[in-house]
Design a protein around this ligand. Sequence first.
Ligand SMILES: [Zn+2]
Length: 142
Amino acid sequence: MKSRFSAYAYGHYQYIIDTYAHEKKSTILVEDIEHSSEGCHWIALVIHHSKKILTTTAVNHNYFVEFSAFYIINNTLCEMREKSSFVLEQGQWRYLDGIIIKHDELSKLSRNQICPCNHYPTAWTLSKSPTKAKKYKHCCGK
Ligand SMILES: [Zn+2]
């Protein structure tokens, strides 16, 4: 889950494809993912809850994750909240599908405000010291 999010953030779209469940893989194109992610600056992933359902027949192992992905597009902070399901294939959890349960614009960003990535403990652009919190224009808005 986290590695897939990092792959979105860094534009490693082939990895996104590689971690799709077998039955979905053939229907997804790198270009589609690239297109859906165009102009997005992904800043943080927040996992709300997750639940593993292991069955005696390895075929039906399922992993459900509800998460929010925060990103900036056109100087607007957005949240996409999704419930995803993963299946276990060859010892790896692969993405099967997801339902988007919320997709909102949270706020317009001004260049001189503290960068919103500072509000998310999981953001990897986060300054090490809170007193050094960068302004948006010097951080994700660059
Ligand atoms: Zn930032």
